[in-house]
Design a protein around this ligand. Structure first.
Ligand code: AGP
Length: 606
């Protein structure tokens, strides 16, 4: 939820820290700050708002120092203003933090009693004063160890010391943190993306570990303060440089990239020589799996819901789906023959990671479907199915959603074949249709101008409904989420068959309602639900697929027909007009499309 950077170098660091913070803004962007050490003093500059504002601050321009830390914030405790922005510093210590300190109130009381003066409303500031207090009687390593043991909750920390001009400390519990290695300088960062422009040599800290970053080397310690060795990974240069190109927004680019990312995903798992699917080193025998539980948050949760329909259709597996923040506190019945699948674009979502950790602690089989291969959920699962979409910067997930459901569909096909729930013939037919999906996605992306005009009506409405049955229901949820998070308009995804049980009361004259009604087994029933809302004055945008059969209904406000294909693949195509509807609606409102208010790309706190 926040972004951390630290650099220990022989040359001035402030400009590089600012550049790295810009790469981290997708993790949070309501305030930012930097602290360096020069002439024996901690220089701290912070500002409300985006990193650009911090950069323009004259104090930053003249900032000296070859060692420093920086932070972009998504507020959890305390208003998003310059006082609560990080770093937080005492005279001797400066700290940047990602996470939540759950016992901060108690610690603050203890520290105030010791004479420490607090300036902010944040939980983070207790860490500054606790380290300062412990340094009175201990060396750096023991002070850090003692401080970390006193903290309850989650953290990724970067710490600078006035009296230690040659080191930065990093510590991790529950929030990701990485070390990077450069020429005569070393780095600390929330994730590899922030460090990729400086190095591709990365070490990830695990929970409970901390490190001391010097210019020439890095020392790692376990939570008892014992020195440990850590692996150095060489990251792929797959998406070393990622920018908007000719697009106005990352989201626009990521929507248009979908034919390519779908093709990449298919190619990664298609064994063309044998006309088969390859889920490399799947570690379990299919006879040892009788049920599947899929877990995720937000859009990733919608991917889980979507795949439930495929698993039910194409395999005899029992399938359940849960929202990670619910699952992690539920009284779960863990069974060894259940495979737990964790879906996450970033691979760092705190609730999803906590659900994974709970399953691992109960000895369960765990599989991750992620985009960021080096992420915590990926590294800590038994088995990983990467979606290969490349970096997704837009906070509103688009290509990653299609990538997630693609890989889940591919997994379903393979398990269905291995378990003999589907015939070889059916498998081959579906594989043939799948290979054509990139073209179909490309054709469906042409719905541009119609959607641009339609989006005005949604902008003028006080709310809207998105309705669907069967696999159109998770797509309706996803479409509603896109509109909510981009244009700040209330939108509700709902099972079409459920409207008569209450929400029909919401329908009033002129209210825009999206009805997803592909020509599947639910088509006729969904059309009747559509007529129920038209009869009450709704302006219905019908999204269906091309067919020679007429649509039996009048007074439909607008219709969009996506390409026709194997029914399994229609969810991919139905999603695209909904992504564009949300995009154009936010564009017309002039909102920040890649960084919507109150949100962040990776929610690494509860
Ligand atoms: C999707 O548009 C949202 N940005 C959000 O719901 C997101 O899907 C959710 O936070 C899960 O993120 P993850 O896939 O990185 O775990």
């Amino acid at each position: 939820m926040c972004g951390i950077i630290g650099i220990n170098s022989y040359k001035p660091v402030s400009a590089t820290i600012i550049d790295s913070l810009k790469k981290l803004e997708y993790r949070g962007y309501d305030s930012a700050g930097i602290a360096t050490l020069s002439s024996g003093l901690i220089n701290e500059v912070k500002s409300e708002g985006r990193v650009d504002i911090l950069e323009k601050n004259s104090l930053v321009k003249d900032m000296e120092g070859t060692i420093g830390i920086g932070h972009v914030r998504w507020a959890t405790h305390g208003l998003p203003n310059s006082i609560n922005a990080h770093p937080h510093s005492s005279q001797n210590v400066s700290v940047v933090h990602n996470g939540i300190i759950e016992n901060s109130t108690l610690l603050k009381k203890f520290l105030v009693g010791k004479g420490h003066k607090f300036k902010s409303q944040t939980d983070t500031e207790v860490i500054v004063h606790l380290i300062t207090e412990n340094l009175k009687s201990d060396n750096i390593v023991n002070s850090i160890k003692k401080t970390l043991k006193s903290l309850h909750g989650s953290f990724a920390l970067g710490v600078l010391f006035k009296d230690q001009p040659d080191l930065i400390v990093g510590a991790r519990r529950g929030s990701p943190l990485a070390v990077g290695y450069g020429p005569n300088e070393n780095y600390l960062g929330s994730d590899s993306y922030a460090l990729k422009s400086m190095t591709n040599k990365i070490t990830y800290l695990n929970d409970g570990e901390f490190c001391v970053i010097k210019k020439t080397h890095v020392e790692f310690f376990d939570e008892e303060g014992k020195k440990i060795n850590k692996k150095v990974l060489e990251l792929s240069s797959e998406d070393q440089k990622y920018d908007k190109g000719d697009y106005k927004h990352f989201m626009a680019k990521e929507i248009e990239e979908q034919p390519t990312t779908i093709k990449n995903g298919i190619n990664e798992y298609l064994d063309t020589a044998n006309n088969d699917i390859n889920i490399y080193n799947f570690p379990w025998k299919t006879k040892d799996i009788s049920s599947i539980t899929l877990i995720g948050c937000g859009t990733a949760y919608h991917s889980c819901l979507m795949s439930k329909y495929w698993f039910e259709q194409l395999t005899s597996l029992d399938v359940s789906v849960d929202i990670a923040s619910e699952f992690r506190y539920r009284k779960n019945r863990f069974k060894k023959e259940t495979l737990y699948i964790f879906v996450s674009q970033s691979g760092e979502t705190a609730d999803t990671y906590a659900a994974l950790d709970l399953c691992k602690k109960n000895g369960m089989k765990t599989c991750a479907v992620v985009n960021v291969i080096e992420s915590s959920i990926s590294r800590d699962s038994d088995f990983v199915l990467p979606i290969h979409c490349g970096t997704e910067i837009g906070v509103a997930s688009t290509k990653a959603f299609l990538g997630q459901i693609l890989i889940l569909y591919i997994l379903t096909l393979k398990l269905g074949l291995l378990r003999k729930d589907i015939s070889e013939k059916a498998f081959l037919e579906k594989l043939k249709d799948l290979k054509n999906l990139p073209n179909l996605v490309k054709q469906t992306l042409q719905t541009d101008n119609k959607i641009q005009n339609i989006s005005n009506t949604f902008n003028e409405a006080k709310g809207s409904m998105f309705l669907g049955r069967g696999f159109s229901y998770p797509i309706a949820l996803e479409g509603a989420l896109k509109l909510k998070e981009l244009s700040y308009i209330h939108a509700e995804g709902y099972p079409a068959g459920e409207m008569k049980h209450g929400p029909l009361a919401l329908i009033e004259e002129g209210m825009p309602v999206v009805v997803l009604a592909p020509r599947d087994n639910y088509y006729k029933k969904t059309i009747s639900n559509m007529q129920e809302v038209i009869a009450r004055g709704a302006k219905v945008l019908l999204i269906t697929n091309k067919s020679k059969d007429e649509i039996f209904s009048e007074n439909i406000w607008e219709t969009i027909e996506v390409e026709s294909t194997n029914e399994d693949l229609l969810p991919f195509l139905l999603t695209i007009p909904l992504q564009k509807l949300a995009y154009y609606s936010a564009l017309k409102k002039g909102y920040d499309i890649d960084k919507p208010r109150n949100l962040a790309k990776s929610v690494t706190v509860e």
